[in-house]
Ligand binder design. Structure first.
Ligand code: PLP
Length: 390
C-alpha cells in the first residue's frame, strides 16, 4: 500500500535521538532552545516557542492574544479541527470564512465581505486564523491589510507549510501575522514525532507563550509579585499547561531541519510530475497554485469532476483496494457533530462542502518515486472511469 504521507528518517536522525537519550536532559532542556533558535533564524522570525503539538501552540497563541469568553475567532472550514478547537478551548466563539474553490484556502473576498457585515453588526473577530492548506500560503498581504483596517490579530496555522514561501519570504517570518504555528506530526514536512512551534516577532507574546506552556510558572524575579522565599522559589502567575516539548523531540527536529530543503525539493519535483500528467485529463484537476508562492506540498490534492458523495466514497475505496491509500482533506469542520451541536449546519459554507465532495488526496512524501506517481495517476484514472460507469 502506498500511503498518502510518510516521514523520512535516516541514521543521523536516529543518532541525534540516541545521543539525547544518553544526555542529562530528557524533558525540556538545552536542545529545545537550540531548535527554537534554529527554526526561528531559518524563517527570519525573532522568537520560537516549541511545544508538544501544533494544537497546543494554537491554544497558547490564542491565550497570548487574550482570546476569551465574548470574543470571536474565525478560521477556514477546510482544515483539521485543531484550527478551530483552539478558540473553543479559550471559551471564545468560533466562526468560519468560506474557501476559494481553486486553492482550498480561505477566500479573501469572502473574508472582506464577512468583515463588512460583522462591522455593521458589531461582532468583529478578535483573531483570524488563515490555514495554508496543503502547503500553499494564503494571500497574507491582503489579509494583513484587512487586519489593520478592522483591528483583528492574525495567527497563521502553517501546520502544512514549514519551508513554504509567500512572495519570496518564508512562512514563519510573521511579516503579515502576529503568530505563526507549525506542526511536526510525522505526516507533516519535518517531524519531532509529536511537536509544534509558535513563531512571533513580539517579545511579550513570546514571553507569555513560554509561561503558558509550563503551568503559567515563572522563575524570573522581575515577573514575580511576591517576596522570594529562597533559591527554590518560583511563582505561578497565570493558569498554564504542561505543553512542553522534550529535548529528545527537539534533537530530532534539529536533525530533520538539516534535510528540510531536500524534502521540499523532492515534494515539489513529485508535485510537478503529477501536474504534468494531469494536464492530459479533462476531469481531474490539481489545486491552482499562485505564482507568488512556493508550496511546501504537505498534500497533493486533486478535484475530480462530477462526483456525488456516493461516487466519492466508492472512488476512495477503489483506490485503497488497488494499493493507493488515498485520503480526503478535509471534512468541513462545521459539519463535525460537535460543531453541529454548536449550531452549524449543512449549507453554511457551500464552497467548502462542494470542494469536499470532489477532493482526493494522493500520495506525496519525500521517498515516493516518479514511477509511483505514474502508477497513482493511472490507478486514479482507471478508478474514476470505473465509478463513473457504475
Ligand atoms: C496537523 C494539523 C494541526 C495539528 O497538529 P498537531 O501537531 O498534530 O497538533 C493543526 N492544524 C492543521 C491544519 C493541521 O494539519
Amino acid at each position: 500500500m502506498i500511503p498518502y504521507g510518510r516521514q523520512h528518517l535516516d541514521e543521523s536522525d536516529i543518532e541525534a535521538v540516541l545521543e539525547t537519550l544518553k544526555s542529562d536532559w530528557l524533558t525540556q532542556g538545552p536542545t529545545v532552545p537550540k531548535f527554537e533558535n534554529a527554526l526561528a533564524d531559518y524563517c527570519n522570525a525573532n522568537y520560537g516557542v516549541a511545544v508538544n503539538s501544533a494544537t497546543s501552540a494554537l491554544h497558547i497563541a490564542c491565550l497570548a492574544l487574550d482570546v476569551g469568553p465574548g470574543d470571536c475567532v474565525w478560521t477556514s472550514p477546510n482544515s483539521f479541527v485543531a484550527s478551530s478547537n483552539c478558540a473553543l478551548y479559550c471559551g471564545a466563539d468560533i466562526d468560519f470564512v468560506d474557501i476559494d474553490l481553486q486553492t482550498g484556502n480561505m477566500c479573501v473576498d469572502a473574508l472582506k465581505h464577512k468583515l463588512e457585515n460583522a462591522q455593521a453588526n458589531d461582532c468583529l473577530p478578535k483573531v483570524v486564523i488563515p490555514v495554508h492548506f496543503a502547503g500553499q500560503p494564503c494571500d497574507m498581504a491582503l489579509i494583513r491589510v484587512l487586519s489593520k483596517q478592522y483591528g483583528f490579530y492574525v495567527i497563521e496555522d502553517a501546520s502544512h507549510a514549514v519551508g513554504a514561501k509567500y512572495q519570496n519570504q518564508l512562512v514563519g517570518s510573521c511579516e503579515y501575522s502576529d503568530i505563526c504555528v507549525f506542526s511536526f506530526h510525522p505526516v507533516k514536512i519535518i517531524t519531532t514525532m509529536e511537536g509544534g512551534m509558535a513563531l512571533t516577532n513580539d517579545p511579550s507574546l513570546a514571553d507569555k507563550m513560554r509561561m503558558l506552556r509550563s503551568h503559567g510558572i515563572t522563575n524570573d524575579p522581575a515577573r514575580m509579585t511576591e517576596e522570594s522565599h529562597g533559591p527554590w522559589y518560583y511563582e505561578q502567575v497565570a493558569l498554564g499547561f504542561n505543553y512542553r516539548m522534550t529535548d529528545v523531540e527537539a534533537a530530532l527536529g534539529l536533525s530533520q531541519l538539516n534535510k528540510l530543503e531536500d524534502f521540499l525539493e523532492k515534494r515539489n519535483i513529485l508535485a510537478r510530475h503529477y501536474d504534468s500528467l494531469f494536464r492530459l485529463y479533462s476531469n481531474i484537476f490539481p489545486l491552482t497554485q499562485s505564482n507568488d508562492n512556493y508550496s511546501s506540498y504537505h498534500l497533493y490534492v486533486v478535484k475530480v469532476d462530477s462526483l456525488d458523495s456516493d461516487k466519492h466514497a466508492k472512488l476512495i475505496s477503489e483506490l485503497r483496494e488497488r494499493g493507493i491509500f488515498a485520503h480526503v482533506h478535509y471534512i468541513p469542520i462545521h459539519l463535525q457533530p460537535h460543531y453541529k451541536s454548536l449550531g452549524f449546519k449543512n449549507g453554511d459554507y457551500p464552497n467548502a462542502e462542494h470542494y469536499y465532495q470532489q477532493a482526493v488526496t494522493l500520495p506525496l512524501f519525500p521517498d515516493l518515486t516518479l514511477e509511483e506517481v505514474e502508477q497513482v495517476v493511472d490507478t486514479l484514472s482507471n478508478a474514476v472511469n470505473s465509478v463513473n460507469s457504475k
